[in-house]
Design a protein around this ligand. Structure first.
Ligand SMILES: Cc1ncc(C[n+]2csc(CCOP(=O)(O)OP(=O)(O)O)c2C)c(N)n1
Ligand code: SF4
Ligand SMILES: [Mg+2]
Length: 303
């Protein structure tokens, strides 16, 4: 049964105060991820906003052991941790590799692909704030169509984002999930489920970022909800090959209608002054992907 918000554990593994920007979606996500682990995991983290959030040695804002690793090596470093724990008879300690979209879909993809091909026994979470935020908002392979960054043309990014869950699906890993911190119980339940499965488990966390998306920091939770209402983000899981829409996305599929993406884009400075053709192209891209997800959900329910 799905966890309700009042059933979430009261124990905190993130200390009050950290170095992330006000309203950062990453902090909300990490807080619930660590609750799902009951604070028992070892993390591997590359250069990113997450390193900043974690703090600078000798201080830390999290209560779990954490290894800062070089940018492309998250999955390789986490594989080493898994091997070390196995060699010392402590395989019961879960390893959590956690990296940004740039660190996952671009620079870290070869290490992740190698580990996934070997079905290495770790959980990998890509928190996707849709650009290289720590270095001032450069375009990544996960930046959506139409988004303006410091390294995109004035018309915004001309390509849609990489489909990372599908890339991991092609590796045949046992568990994949799409999550968002604005839906904390859905995120918590997916991490809990992933902990109970062996092999490479991949979670993708759509992570609103007030600094890079250019909206008021108080609106972070609403921005994640709007992303799901418009189908910009779709909540699902793929467990041993079976696709399932979850949480609000499941309800939206039953209702049969998404909100127009324009209402999400209008709330963010990174989409400011976009031409009508680009807005229409974004809507078309969302509609096509949504149809595909709804079809897969219905097919899985029948089988
Ligand atoms: C090899 C290497 N290249 C570049 C950098 C500079 N760098 C540090 S963090 C970062 C951005 C990371 O982007 P992402 O993985 O999306 O995480 P975010 O900052 O958005 O949280 C970059 C380019 C680096 N540390 N190492
Ligand atoms: S730039 Fe964005 S992701 Fe990074 S700490 Fe600030 S709000 Fe969070
Ligand atoms: Mg990023």
């Amino acid at each position: 049964m799905a966890t309700r918000i009042l059933d979430l554990p009261a124990e905190e593994y993130m200390l009050p105060g950290n170095r992330a920007c006000a309203g950062c979606g990453l902090g909300i996500g990490l807080r619930h991820i660590l609750k799902a682990f009951d604070g028992k995991c070892i993390m591997a983290v590359p250069a990113s906003c997450l390193t900043v959030l974690g703090g600078m040695y000798p201080s830390s804002s999290v209560l779990v052991p954490w290894m800062n690793v070089v940018f492309p090596s998250t999955a390789a470093a986490a594989s080493g941790l898994v091997a070390g724990l196995k060699a010392t008879g402590r395989e019961d300690i879960p390893v959590l590799a956690m990296a940004g979209d740039g660190g996952t879909a671009d620079i870290g993809i070869q290490a992740l692909s190698g580990a996934a091909e070997r079905n290495t026994n770790f959980i990998y979470i890509c928190y996707d704030n849709e650009a290289y935020m720590n270095t001032g908002t450069q375009r990544s392979g996960m930046t959506p169509l139409g988004v303006r960054t410091t390294t995109t043309p004035v018309q915004g990014k001309q390509q849609p984002p990489k489909d990372m869950p599908r890339i991991l699906e092609a590796h045949g890993v046992p568990y994949i999930a799409m999550t968002c911190p604005s839906f904390p119980t859905d995120l918590y339940d997916k991490v809990k489920k992933a902990i109970g499965i062996r092999g490479t488990r991949y979670l993708h966390m759509a992570t609103p970022c007030p600094a890079g998306w250019q909206y008021n920091p108080k609106d972070t939770v609403e921005m994640g909800r709007l992303a799901v209402e418009t189908g910009s983000v779709v909540l699902f899981e793929i467990e041993h090959g079976a696709f399932r829409l979850t949480s609000r996305s499941k309800k939206l599929a039953e209702q049969g209608e998404l909100m127009p993406v324009r209402e999400y884009m209008e709330r963010q400075g990174r989409y400011k002054n976009l031409d009508e053709a680009t807005i229409a192209a974004v809507q078309q891209w969302i509609d096509r992907r949504w149809e595909d997800y709804v079809r897969r959900d219905a097919e899985s329910a029948q089988s």
